[in-house]
Design a protein around this ligand. Structure first.
Ligand code: PEP
Ligand code: MG
Length: 897
């Protein structure tokens, strides 16, 4: 079995198709090499070796030999030798998984620098300073990655070897009166390397290895181990990347962007990843190494003049500084985009006036950009409709619908600072300074903005928990910007005018000092940062032509219907604008909480006998009729599924003493009597108690009143020449007898209303399927019902036996111990709950081929669940209004994917 794949000099063992084996980076390096794009030669150790190493702790036989052979090939191409005192070859060792995990795993550069090879490299390069600069970087990376992290040493926060070495460097800089690393002389750097090595031996109890081969194998091992590093594991969990994939290792000849003024390094995108605009977009730094751009330690320059914004007007572009190389780079980026038919994220280095490509991969983009690129690439003929649909992650549409800051209030707000607009939309939150705090505050229900000088992959959990991210350093391709964009979060980076003190937990800018917990607001589209909270305004989707076009394509390809869960005419209207084709669930109980109605409701609940109950309930009739009139009208002629009262009655009763006293007065009974009634209604497991159809069975007058309201509203609309389409839904049934009991009341009421009003109308009567018994007896129920709607919230609750309200107590343990891979209330448990859904569908359709079947639990807005419901051949999904476009896209993807 081949374990090492070589690439160099226009020929590679692998291709872009070998991603699973070579990782994304390795496969694309091979592909670029085959395309005769200038790539420094190198080789990739496969992900299979990583898996072998993870399982056995050892390398497979022959790996060493294969590595040495490939190293020889690099030596031949470069005319250099690894570990050679006179003409040494230096290599980089980088990770590269199947799916990009930006910055989550380790890399070590400049491997091969030792006391033996340093003089040779100085001689060859004629640049003392460059060599010691490379050496100090090697010591730092190697000590951090190989000697500390891979050795599983876990220093206290702020006490890691990297911080210690950074501190030594800071001291040396201040001692020499310089501010930038680049101002340190060769002598300074040589001394620094000496001090670094002493510190490494002292702190880690081991000398920094002075042997090229030891360095190489140390680097390889550390990359493999970094697959199971803390932050890589947590990133995979967030992104749902399987842990068994493993990473490949890429070993490649070093090229240098920091060897002088005709050297440079940069990161670029073939289209703008923040807006989607079709312009070559990127950043570069002269005389620097790649990590300088990405780590955000220096604020980079715009790549070309088109990219310049007001703040970067005076910075030199690569286009002006090195026009010939820019032209070559521009041609390569065009070639790459045309070859991959997608936006590429590329890294390059210029060494002594020669351009080298170090990486190309499919570029991450935010929601607005992904929609625009998909639509424009389709119009350019680069991709077809199906590909365009698959290019947008359904969840990303949420970003287009993201609220923006209210412009009027924004104008009057106190501007603290301005940075780079790295993630669009607006967000307000309370300031926190560490990722851990962000996570804790968020768990406590707070809305936070994480403020850091720059972020590192260690911060991902806190970034995830934050509304937005603000950094004082870094550019548009810095870690914070990349990660935020991937998630579609609001983000402002490189806000140099803000000073933060993580120790005092303060942030100062523009003469104002704010503390942890104070509110700030970010405009991620302009880069502005404000003091306080600014209200957010919904965006106008109608003016987003890319979004509208994508939605049209979506509807051309999808078969499954998309409805909405809405309880008010306003929500119904909103959902229709988002493309909902009906209401799949109108929860009538939400209508009872209005102050005017709640007292009639309470009167009905505490009534001692049917007569009193009827009297009270009839007070609700006009209100309900008005509600249904509004909703049926807003959706007409689309169907509206109205569910009869579902929750246990005690939910409508007051809890605290004052309110009980007040209600007793209103009802003209004693507090003792009221308390006794409340006590009576108290249930140990209300979710499994007197709720759902059980209410309508005990108190048929509730069903009568609600159905009368529905049908009278229907008649009223018909009289106004509208086409209302009511579907009456009975909740929580477990047997056909329960259903027929309620169905009779509903049908009788329809007849009564038709007679009273002398108007004919059509309607359906169906049921929710949300108990396992309903699934198991779905054939009996389907003989009687005209439609099923799966209530997967309750079905999940009753299948797992997990209380939907109390799962929070143990879900984190279940997720951590991998007993569950995802919260089953968020994404359908396909094996368990899903097979009950399947059974319900099959049994139901076996006796009633016309049975309409939908789903209205929360899963109706979850793309993964939607793919499943498509496979299960449901007629429609129903979800909250803001998820309707997401569901439309997911339903189309399920069809074409
Ligand atoms: C359900 O159980 O899935 C459902 C939609 O009903 P509710 O959430 O109102 O119980
Ligand atoms: Mg339910």
């Amino acid at each position: 079995m081949k374990r090492v794949y070589f690439f160099g000099n226009g020929k590679a063992d692998g291709t872009a198709k070998d991603k699973n084996l070579l990782g994304g980076k390795g496969a694309n390096l091979a592909e670029m090499t085959n395309l005769e794009i200038p790539v420094p030669p190198g080789f990739t150790i496969t992900t299979k070796v990583c898996i072998h190493f993870m399982n056995s702790g050892e390398y497979p036989d022959n790996l060493k030999k294969e590595v040495q052979n490939s190293l020889k090939e690099i030596e031949q191409i470069m005319g250099q030798k690894f570990g050679d005192p006179e003409n040494p070859l230096l290599v980089s060792v980088r990770s590269g998984a199947r799916q990009s995990m930006p910055g989550m795993m380790e890399s070590v550069l400049n491997i091969g620098l030792t006391s033996k090879t340093i003089p040779g490299l100085i001689e060859k390069s004629g640049d003392n300073r460059f060599v010691y600069d490379a050496y100090r970087r090697l010591i730092t990376m190697y000590a951090d990655v190989v000697m500390e992290k891979a050795a599983a040493i876990e220093p206290k926060e702020g006490d890691g070897i990297r911080e210690k070495l950074d501190e030594i460097m800071a001291k040396l800089k201040s001692h020499n009166g310089v501010e930038n690393d680049s101002e340190l002389s060769a002598e300074n750097l040589k001394e620094l390397c000496h001090l670094f090595k002493i510190e490494v031996a002292k702190s880690l109890g081991e000398e920094f290895p002075d042997d090229a081969q030891i360095q190489l194998w140390g680097g390889i091992k550390a990359v493999f181990k970094s697959w199971n590093g803390k932050r890589a594991v947590s990133y995979r969990e967030i992104e749902n990347i399987p842990h068994h994939w493993g990473t490949a290792v890429n070993i490649q000849a070093m090229v240098y962007g920091n060897m002088g003024d005709n050297c440079a390094t940069g990161v670029a995108f073939t289209r703008n990843p923040a807006t989607g605009e079709n312009v070559f977009f990127g950043e570069w730094l002269p005389n620097a190494q790649g990590e300088d751009v990405v780590a955000g330690l220096r604020t980079p320059n715009p790549l070309n003049n088109l990219n310049k914004i007001s703040d970067s007007q005076n910075l030199p572009s690569l286009e002006d500084s090195m026009p010939k190389i820019y032209e070559e780079l521009d041609a390569i980026q065009n070639q790459l985009e045309a070859h991959y038919n997608d936006m590429q994220d590329i890294e390059f280095t210029i060494q002594n006036g020669r351009l080298w490509m170090l990486q190309t991969r499919t570029g991450k983009r935010n929601g607005p950009a992904s929609v625009r690129m998909a639509v424009e690439m389709l119009e350019e003929g680069m991709i077809d409709e199906k590909t365009a649909l698959m290019r947008v992650k359904p969840e990303q549409l949420g970003e287009i619908m993201h609220p923006m800051l209210d412009a009027k209030v924004e104008k009057q707000s106190e501007l603290l600072a301005k940075g780079l607009p790295a993630g669009p939309g607006g967000a307000s939150g309370q300031i926190v300074f560490t990722a851990d705090e962000a996570e804790v505050w968020h768990k406590n229900g707070k809305q936070v903005i994480l403020v850091r000088s720059e972020t590192s992959p260690e911060d991902v959990h806190g970034m995830f928990a934050s509304e937005a991210i603000l950094t004082t350093r870094g550019g548009m391709t810095s870690h914070a910007a990349l990660v935020a964009r991937g998630w579609g979060k609001c983000c402002v980076v490189g806000c140099a005018n803000i000073r933060i003190s993580p120790i005092d937990k303060t942030l100062s800018a523009n003469g104002t000092t704010l503390m942890e917990g104070d509110w700030i607001t970010l405009n991620g589209s302009s880069g502005r940062v404000y003091k306080g909270q600014i209200p957010l305004k919904a965006v106008n989707l109608k003016s987003n032509t890319y979004f509208q076009k994508l939605m049209q394509i979506t509807d051309r390809h999808r078969k499954m219907g998309v409805r909405t869960n809405a309880d008010s005419p306003a929500d119904a209207k909103q959902a229709r604008e988002f493309g909902a084709e009906g209401i799949g669930l109108c929860r009538t109980e939400h209508m009872f909480f209005d102050p005017e109605r709640i007292s009639a409701m309470r009167e009905m609940i505490v009534a001692e006998n049917e007569e009193d109950r009827r009297k009270a309930i009839m007070k609700l009739l006009p209100h309900q009729r008005e509600d249904f009139y509004g909703i049926l009208k807003a959706m007409a002629p689309h169907p509206v599924t109205i569910r009869l009262l579902d929750p246990p009655l005690h939910e409508f009763l007051p809890q605290d003493e004052d309110q009980i006293l007040k209600l007793a007065e209103e009802l003209n009974i004693t507090t003792e009597e009221l308390n006794a009634r409340i006590e009576n209604l108290h249930e140990l497991n209300p979710m499994l108690g007197h709720r759902g159809c059980r209410l309508g069975i005990s108190y048929p007058e509730i069903t009568e009143m609600q159905t009368r309201a529905i049908f009278e509203a229907t008649v009223q609309l018909k009289n106004e020449n509208q086409s209302p389409f009511p579907e009456v839904m009975v909740p929580l049934i477990g047997s056909v007898e329960e259903f027929t009991n309620q169905k009779k009341i509903i049908n009788d009421m329809a007849e009564t209303v038709k007679k009273e009003q002398g108007v004919q109308f059509t309607y359906l009567v169906g049921t929710m399927i949300e108990l396992p018994r309903a699934c198991a007896t779905a054939d009996q129920i389907a003989e009687e019902a005209q439609f099923f709607s799966f209530g997967t919230n309750d079905l999940t609750q009753t299948t797992f036996g997990f209380s939907r309200d109390d799962i929070g107590g143990f879900l984190p343990d279940y997720l951590e111990q991998k007993i569950l891979s995802i919260d089953p209330f968020q994404s359908i448990d396909q094996e368990g709950v899903g097979s009950l859904v399947k059974m319900g569908v099959e049994k139901g359709r076996s006796v009633n081929s016309k049975l309409k079947i939908g789903i209205c639990g929360e899963h109706g807005g979850d793309p993964e669940s939607i793919y499943f419901f498509h496979k299960t051949e449901l007629d429609y999904v129903s979800c909250s209004p803001f998820r309707v476009p997401i569901a439309r896209l997911a339903a189309a993807q399920a069809e074409v994917g």
